[in-house]
Design a protein around this ligand. Sequence first.
Ligand SMILES: [Mg+2]
Ligand SMILES: [Zn+2]
Length: 205
Amino acid sequence: MISQDQVVANASPLRVAAPQRRAIFLDRDGVLNVNRKDYVKTWQEFIFLPRTFAALAKIASSDFVIVVVTNQSAVNRRQMTQADLDDIHARMLAEIRRAGGRIDAIYFCPHDPAENCACRKPKTEMHRQAVREFGIDAARSYGIGDAREDVIAAQSIGAGAILVQSGRGAEQRGKLLAERNSNFQTANDLLDAVNWIWEREKLEK
Ligand SMILES: [Mg+2]
Ligand SMILES: [Zn+2]
């Protein structure tokens, strides 16, 4: 008679590791939609940038995991509730889906900077959570944002960093260069950033 232990012990150890997936980490405000100094607090304040849908439709057919990583400190600053934020994201995803796009996950940091959390960009806990949940190879991935913090977070996980000039991008580029940080690509907007990745990866247009 074979005991359960023996069956397990004799089981073939051959297991093929699942190949790691690549990701595109997207900042939200200033990349997908118009940035607001006083925070996007309602769906009425959420305005898609002109070429967002074209860019998202293009990457939807690729094998990139598409992840939004967004600082939303207005939640813990009590300027909106988490329910408000969830409502914005539900509507945003519906519009993106309708336009042929795909977002696989949204990670947000609700914290006020004073809370010194591990997720507020330029820290990387949102990215790392996505890496764990989707089995992402960060070194073959990209991070796109309009702020210094997005660039630094992407660099910190070993991903390619792209700064878009929409939103706060123009002023943020100067900040990075003044810090002697030039290890990033600059693009006009999300569609230009995606086109640059496609060129670099020699993907079908
Ligand atoms: Mg932004
Ligand atoms: Zn946080």
